[in-house]
Design a protein around this ligand. Structure first.
Ligand code: XMP
Length: 528
């Protein structure tokens, strides 16, 4: 709620309020993604819960309303609903996935369990005379994810798209400015999805599109100064892009009131601890206090015998906070704890009614008792590429800003099963080789993320004349812009062959190298 209030304050201060689109949240995975796509159309966008009253919605004077997806069925008694009167406000409404079914259901159409549910890339045909699909190719690919479907559009609606299994993949009633898509135009897998959302926002809602996000950094610095006052701030610096951008933002806002604690949890990439110290430490370029805690052995003993991914994440997260508490006590009274949480971390840890995918280290692992007055998460509403834009605005060097993201729990989520010091060494060496060869091949800038993970699988091999029984390393590389969805990247075979040769020859304990071809969804980027 605080976040929403802050956004509203910013909006009232300096953003053209005449053009707001509301995303009404019914608990789907892509709610912020929709909001962010609207922002990409240069239209201010705010998310409201589906429980918002008609009065609250009207008070925002929205140019348009977008209903999100959600995991429920509209015919369940407990499913999230809004008032039917929202369709009578004269404000354009776009329903997506569950939102489309809700629109159909509330307006007298028929929603049923689909005989064949569709998931993933799906061929679709559009009626391009409908404004929503103006300029879109008549046949294309859309991203589907549903078990129910609209079997019959409500009276007064035209069917404007269909797939083989879905008779109403989109529908519209232009007289009432009501539009709906069963598929997800906001997900990058839907070809020309941005054009469709652009058509809705500009042509149907009539937005001019003159909002820009360039004031984020200045606004944040100002509001952080106000909120923190003369208080002391402790920042959890992991060395990843997100916490680095958060740390620099805080250092610009409150300088030496900020202490960055960097926990070397023994789950970092090779030499990374020293690299982070070189950038943020006393010989680095930022005004802040820097503390490095070498807690490697403490983590290894806590993780001994733990195999379950969520348990590992929670232990790593909780231990992090304990180390911070100890540091905070040494520093004296600390008022605020800063974390580099970004939006995908929040949504995938479960927000509102969305399903929990993973509890992210910097969100889910907080123990009940935290020794700080408040937690500050200045990047909580941003996606990764927006964080990078903020980083550049802050003057952080591009090689840091475009560094590939590294998860808070580090190699702990790249080692399947129990974490041991020996396994950590194996992954560190394998990753170092992979990174070196990817950089040599000039591929590092094209890839969203690439790393080696240690599978928990050991298999038989032969080295020289001897039988081996060693681990398999999995190589992963993905292309993505927002880290919510990703495609496995096609690494040239020559590069893979070289990396494989080097890993099996140079890394003790590995006799097999595999390549992960899975996208996200259905995989996640990290292994655990
Ligand atoms: P997944 O594996 O969820 O990863 O597809 C999406 C992005 O988030 C990063 N990631 C994390 N970042 N704390 C973080 O700060 C975490 O616990 C965490 N887990 C995953 C991951 O590297 C990818 O960029």
């Amino acid at each position: 709620m605080r976040q929403r209030a802050e956004i509203r304050e910013r909006q009232e201060e300096n953003i053209l309020k005449e053009e707001t689109v509301i995303v009404l949240d019914f608990g789907g995975q892509y709610n912020q993604l929709i909001a962010r796509r609207v922002r990409e159309c240069n239209v201010y966008c705010e998310i409201m819960p589906y429980t918002a009253s008609l009065e609250q919605i009207k008070a925002m004077e929205p140019k348009g309303i977008i209903f999100t997806g959600g995991p429920n069925s509209v015919y369940e008694a407990s499913s999230p609903r809004c008032s039917k009167e929202v369709f009578g406000l004269g404000i354009p409404v776009l329903g997506i996935c569950y939102g489309s079914q809700l629109m159909a259901h509330l307006l007298g159409g028929a929603v049923k369990t689909a005989p064949v549910s569709e998931y993933g890339h799906t061929e679709v045909e559009f009626d391009t005379s409908d404004v929503m699909f103006e300029g879109v190719s008549p046949k294309g690919i859309c991203w589907m994810s549903h078990t129910d479907y609209i079997a019959e559009a409500p009276e007064g609606f035209c069917v404007t798209a269909h797939t083989q299994a879905c008779p109403v993949a989109a529908m519209s009633c232009p007289e009432r400015k009501l539009y709906a898509t069963q598929f997800h135009p906001e997900v990058m897998h839907t070809q020309e999805g941005m054009r469709m959302l652009g058509n809705f926002v500009h042509k149907i809602c009539g937005c001019k599109g003159n909002w820009k996000m360039d004031s984020f950094v200045q606004d944040s610095i100002q509001s952080l100064r106000q909120r923190i006052g003369g208080g002391k701030v402790l920042c959890a610096l992991s060395g990843g892009v997100d916490s680095s951008v958060a740390a620099v933002l805080l250092s610009k806002a409150v300088g030496k009131q900020l202490t960055c604690v960097f926990v070397d949890h023994g789950l970092l990439r090779k030499d990374e601890g020293d690299e982070v110290e070189a950038i943020f430490g006393p010989n680095g370029s930022y005004e802040l206090n820097f503390v490095r805690v070498n807690a490697q052995q403490r983590y290894y003993s806590k993780l001994k015998g733990i195999e379950e991914p969520e348990e590992k994440r929670k232990i790593i997260g909780a231990e992090f906070i304990r180390v911070f508490e100890e540091e905070a006590r040494k520093i004296g009274k600390v008022d605020f704890l800063v974390q580099g949480t970004i939006y995908p971390d929040v949504i995938e840890s479960g927000l509102g009614k969305s399903a929990v995918i993973k509890s992210h280290h910097n969100v889910g692992g907080l123990p009940d008792v935290v020794d700080f007055k408040e937690i500050i998460e200045p990047l909580r509403s941003l996606f990764k590429d927006e964080v990078r834009k903020a980083g550049l605005e802050l003057g952080i060097p591009p090689h840091l800003v475009f560094r590939q993201p590294f998860p808070g729990p580090g190699l702990g989520v790249r080692i399947v099963g129990e974490v041991t010091e020996e396994k950590v060494k194996i992954v560190q060496e394998a990753v170092a080789i992979y990174r070196e060869e990817i950089a040599k091949a000039g591929l590092d800038k094209e890839l969203g993320q690439y790393f080696a993970a240690l599978t928990n699988m050991r298999s038989v091999g032969v080295m020289g004349d001897f039988r081996t029984y060693d681990y398999a390393v999995a190589l992963r590389a993905v292309s993505t812009s927002d880290f919510m969805t990703a495609e496995a990247a096609p690494i040239p075979w020559e590069v893979l062959r070289k990396v494989t040769n080097r890993i099996v020859n140079e890394v003790k304990g590995v006799n097999r190298v595999l390549y992960d071809c899975t996208g996200k969804p259905p995989g996640t980027i990290e292994f655990e």
